[in-house]
Ligand binder design. Sequence first.
Ligand code: NAP
Length: 279
Amino acid sequence: MDGRGLAKRIVMEAAARAAEISQRTGTVPCLATVLVGEDPASATYVRMKQARCAKAGIRSRHIGLPADTTTAELIEALTSLSKDPDVHGILLQHPCGPHIDERAAFEAIAPEKDVDGVTMRSFAAMGFGLPGFVSCTPGGIMRLLEEYDVDLTGQHAVVVGRSAILGKPVGMLLLAKNATVTYCHSRTVDLPAIVREADVVVAAVGRPRLICGEDIKPGAVVIDAGYNAGNVGDVDFDTAHTRARLITPVPGGVGPMTIAVLLAQTVDAAVHQLGFQRH
Ligand code: NAP
């Protein structure tokens, strides 16, 4: 499954909408990125997101806070961005560090600017099937499945991983598409036996090649959201791709979709906040 190609199309569409908004309202859609500390990997992610924004005609504003920022200071910065009419979307790069109450920080993001889909309100909207911003990686995974016409009705989807930003929400979105969903995690007994039953496997763990090709049911659809050192996914691609009907590579599968959804949701946020109507 070509995530890179689909992501490019989504970004092009977001760029066209951003250009139209800028032209007609005089306001350029703006994403604020917030980073606590100087973790090199996090800093790279933020720079990547800013670069993609620039290419798509979305303005970005970066708030870099020192590593010893307190939860209260971070909340203050996020509250101020939430009130700023020039900012349409807010992304708090995480993890923020062990001394920060990340949940409290996320909740300081105004729901209408939560383009990364991290607040409780966004999570609840996903669960209830109500309009709202989805977590970007789960949203990207669902777009990929849609693009490849994967009919999820009655399919057994096995989600390996249950994090609040990835495993849990992707399971909710698969359920909403009538899949029968099984969640697996670090305490699951005999993971390979469960994966063998799956019509759709979503790997969201962060353990290189945890899922072997021999455990993939022939004809299954395999989504590998894992991203580990050395550009390696959670699925052993070489052995899995011979059995899977569809499979995402790492890199070039889920990764580019995450940023594409972030940009598209930033433009959506600007559309709502500016009351923009398309002709
Ligand atoms: P996380 O918060 O660390 O969650 C990992 C999940 O995997 C947990 O639910 C954990 O179970 C489960 N797990 C750990 N070891 C396991 C094992 N041996 N067997 C079965 N389950 C196991 O990670 P995350 O933030 O969800 O990210 C997961 C992966 O996706 C990482 O590789 C990350 O880099 C990648 N990711 C990629 C993107 C992208 O844009 N492509 C975006 C986000 C994340 P417990 O709950 O029991 O601890």
